[in-house]
Design a binder for this molecule. Structure first.
Ligand SMILES: [Fe+2]
Ligand SMILES: [Fe+2]
Length: 137
């Protein structure tokens, strides 16, 4: 853990624009989460289903990038994506209050995911010398 952080610290200055792209996408997704928190009942459940598909699309994009870049951490990173999607999908036909609690936890999840996985992808993207946004967008 300490070692990984040292690596990230060393390279963080080199990859601010790359990580900013991922953070920006997360911000947009979290805005959707905030809008969803204002809904209730079937509307909230329908919105959650759409939100999950938007997450899945973003995750697929990242996994595609990792494939192109041949990232070593690809499986581990994708496993975090899969776990979140699996968990959220399991809530779709359940209790609204449980869904609401899950939505509350999403900002923290994305923060953690950015620091543990997306940051490493941003560094790999930068290391590959990709022009900003060329592969990502
Ligand atoms: Fe991400
Ligand atoms: Fe990710």
């Amino acid at each position: 853990m300490g070692r990984a952080h040292a690596t990230l610290d060393k390279t963080a200055d080199d990859a601010p624009s790359d990580i900013a792209l991922f953070a920006e996408v997360h911000d947009v997704l979290l805005e959707q989460v905030a809008l969803l928190q204002e809904r209730s009942g079937p509307k909230m459940m329908a919105g959650l289903a759409e939100l999950i598909e938007d997450f899945a699309a973003d995750f697929a994009l990242e996994e595609g990038l990792m494939g192109v870049l041949e990232c070593k951490a690809r499986n581990q990173h994708a496993a975090q994506h899969d776990a979140l999607l699996h968990w959220l999908r399991s809530l779709l036909h359940g209790d609204e209050a449980v869904c609401r609690t899950a939505l509350d936890e999403l900002p923290a999840w994305f923060h953690w995911h950015l620091e543990t996985s997306d940051m490493a992808l941003a560094v790999a993207l930068h290391g590959a010398g990709s022009a900003q946004g060329k592969l990502f967008l």
